[in-house]
Design a protein around this ligand. Sequence first.
Ligand SMILES: O=P(O)(O)OC[C@H]1O[C@H](OP(=O)(O)OP(=O)(O)O)[C@H](O)[C@@H]1O
Ligand SMILES: Nc1ncnc2[nH]cnc12
Length: 176
Amino acid sequence: MALETDAVSALIRDVVDFPQTGVVFKDITPLLADERAFGACVEALADSFDGAAVDKVVGIEARGFIVAAPVALRMGAGFVPVRKAGKLPWRVERETYALEYGTDVLEIHADAIAPGERVLVIDDVLATGGTASAVTRLAGRLGSEVVGFGCIIELGFLGGRSRLDGVPAVSLVSYP
Ligand SMILES: O=P(O)(O)OC[C@H]1O[C@H](OP(=O)(O)OP(=O)(O)O)[C@H](O)[C@@H]1O
Ligand SMILES: Nc1ncnc2[nH]cnc12
């Protein structure tokens, strides 16, 4: 069944000047609260990478976890968390990155993905692409291949797709 994009975008709320002046924040909490629309997004993302032989789905703290974990289960793939600095208990690989409203540090467990495994990265939003490209570098350091990137919302005017180094990217609702 085709995703009803208009119904999904009607459940995304614009919050002006959050978390800082000049940013229009895309709030997905109304979408998450609608099980039909949320489920349709999960299904659409999983279906988009159906033939990609994905071993692991990587999700990014915090909002990315909400989307990536159900996508992983639906695809029959394992889930791997990428977390903000200092949250993971085991040995980590680390990347500093910039995003629309600041800089941050992301970490992944050094043994979370086996060399050669095929990885799908799932997040809620693609904005500048800083987060997605940092995660791609982390996965690459573990010797895995990033075969796709999927998200609910793409802020096209911030150009994030161009930072994905040709990794096939799918977004469900795009703001050009
Ligand atoms: O393409 P970018 O410019 O990197 O922005 C996209 C990222 O920004 C948001 O995360 P944020 O760091 O705000 O964290 P949160 O999920 O904890 O709210 C969003 O969930 C993406 O991960
Ligand atoms: N404008 C925005 N809204 C929601 N999440 C974001 N992550 C980066 N930019 C964002």
